[in-house]
Design a protein around this ligand. Structure first.
Ligand code: PXL
Length: 287
């Protein structure tokens, strides 16, 4: 019998240095037993978070060509997974990918900002298009900044009460996706958490995480990649959230323990063995 690992179209940029986007997503998907089929949106020498002027090659026009080829081949995919996108045209090409494979799991990581601020590249037009992309997604993984941007509301630095957190998840799910995970939420109860909502079962979930006083690029990409692969190997939402949170925590703590320049991201290579253990983390509770 011919066994085929599940195939994921991963539509992200390829940044050579700094451990984000495809350079972390591809090894994570592979380690978890799913096949990454990258569709790079651009090639950069480094990510854009602090290395000065980057070498940059835009690949926007490549996206529809790759889709057309896959359609000619009659290839099937289990999942389409998009992340950081640089223009409205790129978002439109992603929409075409999602529409071409309606039965594939549609994962949108709406990468648009962090720490209360949108990235420089994000225009009002892109925000509206990103809401459109979110509306056809099954799963979305905004951080708190992106959740506010998607809702069109000003960022609130205050910790969220349980009721506010649930309301935010519910309002995001009204935009279309069945599963919402918001990362990096500071809670009025005093801890940090990743929170989630499963519209189908109407359950709200919370995975508490330790606060570490540094921030590394790429951790949102790592979280979303583990979450995506977890769904494809059959995990429930809270188990997928626990697995992704635990892996990010291991990667951050390992890296922090050595100190050093945060621009290079987390020590993914040292944390990888966790992904191959297939333990079933249970660090979740109802929100
Ligand atoms: O991790 C998000 C991301 C992805 N791709 C590029 C980035 C960033 C964040 O800064 O610069 C090129």
């Amino acid at each position: 019998m011919y066994m085929q690992n599940k195939r994921v179209v991963a539509i992200h940029d390829l940044s050579g240095v700094g451990r984000c986007s495809l350079t972390v997503i591809m090894p994570i998907l592979s380690a978890m037993g799913v096949q990454a089929c990258p569709v790079p949106t651009a090639i950069l020498s480094t990510h854009t978070g602090g290395f000065g002027e980057v070498a940059f090659q835009d690949l926007t026009d490549y996206l529809p060509q790759a889709l057309a080829h896959y359609q000619r081949l009659g290839l099937d995919f289990s999942c389409i997974y998009s992340g950081f996108l640089g223009s409205e045209a790129q978002i439109d090409h992603c929409l075409a990918f999602f529409k071409a494979y309606p039965s594939a799991l549609a994962v949108v990581d709406p990468v648009m900002g962090d720490h209360g601020k949108p990235y420089r590249t994000v225009t009002e037009g892109m925000r509206r298009r990103m809401v459109e992309l979110v509306s056809i997604a099954d799963v979305i993984t905004p951080n708190l900044t992106e959740a506010y941007i998607l809702l069109g509301e000003p960022y609130q630095p205050m910790p969220l009460t349980r009721a506010q957190a649930k309301s935010m998840l519910a309002r995001l799910s009204e935009k279309g996706p069945q599963k919402i995970v918001i990362t990096g939420v500071s809670r009025a109860e005093g801890n940090m958490a990743n929170i989630g909502y499963d519209q189908e079962h109407n359950y709200y979930w919370c995975v508490p995480c330790d606060y570490v006083p540094v921030s590394y690029p790429g951790t949102g990409d790592i979280f979303a990649a583990v979450l995506t692969a977890s769904f494809l190997i059959g995990d429930s939402l809270p188990i997928a959230m626990s697995r992704a949170s635990r892996f990010v925590e291991i990667a951050i703590k390992t890296t922090f323990s050595y100190g050093g320049d945060t621009r290079f991201g987390v020590m993914l290579e040292s944390a990888m063995p966790f992904l191959m253990q297939r333990e079933v983390p249970q660090n979740f509770h109802l929100l």
